[in-house]
Write a protein that binds this ligand. Structure first.
Ligand code: SAH
Ligand code: SF4
Length: 361
């Protein structure tokens, strides 16, 4: 049965070398294999022409190469494309292709849903469903590069879709290894960003495992406010987070910078006083700050900050010497921020269930 077969899509070069060794093949098979799959986009063993027939048949018997399924594609007028992707388990995730001047960024998911319940997040509102496997994570990049011939290849990947990547640590690392591998996607560490709400023990482990860029979803400069909007802060408060940022930077001899993400929600975290507190908190951290206007979604009472408040907030940070960027809000028409599509879908499924339930009872 195909279900018993090993899905080799999510195997890094290292893991493939171990796999081919186990089946009595030389090490170089792993290099040939990873190139077929992640450079040429081939998922059919019979097309791997530098493998002999016996090996191809052996692979057919014990292994498979399966990606998740693209269920729907939504294109925004600005060029952002959002994909609704179905996992084998039936869970839905999202990925977003974001064209920029010189980059084509893919925002990918690491979990279906999320347990952390940040109050501004559509994914958090859905609760946790499941961790993605390495093949489901790298499968998103594979689909974005090979599923649609008419789209240019992805140059950058951000783990800013659904889920908390550092709570699905090993699969995220395994898939990031494939992204970095020269014989696969060959993305440099600058082109892969892991965004976290602040799981500090895992931030501390990250650079022992892999060298990628780090983004911290801070969103508030005080524990009082952060406890409220990013509840995981109660477990890992701001002082722990700052310590982890410092030790990350120290491990790279101060040659790195961290991206600090700060969502701007009207009347909640966008005052001038909080901007000054944020500047003070980050004064000794090598970072750039990315301000993100809140993207409204059904069921949330929050509003995007006024333009004036956004400008003031940004100016205070810039005057204090921080490189500060404002994320352009794109894809509102297609429920831009991750989790919003799936959120809607689940809602409509729930209400349909409700309707049919009502009809039956
Ligand atoms: N769990 C990780 C990564 C996924 S969320 C994390 O929290 O960092 C990635 C980013 O999505 C968050 O930093 C947040 O800035 C953004 N986000 C979530 N909900 C949003 C919304 N409603 N509007 C705008 N950005 C949102
Ligand atoms: Fe989870 Fe990130 Fe959303 Fe918070 S912002 S609920 S950590 S996905």
């Amino acid at each position: 049965m195909s279900d018993k077969k090993i899905n080799l899509l999510g195997y890094s070069l290292e893991s493939l070398e171990a796999f081919f060794n186990d089946i009595g093949e030389p090490k170089f098979r792993a290099k040939q294999f990873i190139k077929w799959v992640h450079q040429k986009g081939i998922l059919d063993f019979s097309q791997m022409t530098d493998f002999n027939k016996i090996l191809r048949e052996k692979l057919e018997l014990i292994a498979c190469l399966r990606t998740p399924m693209i269920e729907k594609v939504y294109k925004s007028p600005e060029g952002t494309i959002k994909y609704l992707v179905k996992l084998e388990s039936g869970s839905m995730i999202e990925m977003v292709r974001i064209p920029e001047k010189k980059r084509m960024t893919l925002c990918i998911s690491s979990q279906a849903g999320c347990a952390l319940q940040c109050t501004f997040c559509a994914t958090g509102a859905q609760g946790f469903e499941t961790n993605l496997t390495p093949d489901e994570i790298i499968g998103q990049l594979w689909l974005a590069n090979f599923y649609q011939d008419d789209e240019p290849p992805i140059t950058n990947v951000v783990f800013m879709g659904m889920g908390e990547p550092l709570l699905n640590f090993e699969p995220v690392i395994e898939s990031a290894k494939i992204m970095k591998e020269q014989l696969a996607y060959g993305l440099s560490r600058k082109r892969i960003t892991i965004s976290t709400s602040g799981i500090t023990p895992q931030i501390d482990r990250l650079c022992d495992e892999i060298d990628v860029s780090l983004a911290i979803s801070l969103h508030a400069p005080t524990n009082e406010l952060r406890d409220e909007i990013v509840p995981i802060n109660k477990k890992y408060p701001i002082s722990n987070l700052i310590n982890s940022c410092n030790s990350y930077l120290k491990k790279y001899d101060g040659k790195r910078s961290i991206t600090i993400e700060y969502i701007l929600i009207d009347g909640i975290n966008d005052s001038e006083e909080l901007a000054r507190k944020l500047a003070k908190l980050l004064s000794n951290i090598s970072c750039k700050i990315n301000l993100i206007p809140f993207n409204p979604f059904e069921g949330s009472n929050y509003k995007r900050s006024e333009t004036k408040a956004i400008e003031n907030f940004k100016k205070i940070l810039m005057d204090k010497g921080f490189i500060t960027t404002l994320r352009v809000t794109r894809g509102d028409a297609i429920d831009g921020a991750c989790g919003q599509l799936v959120g809607k879908l689940n809602k409509s499924i729930k209400s349909k269930k409700l309707i049919s339930h009502k009809l039956i009872s």
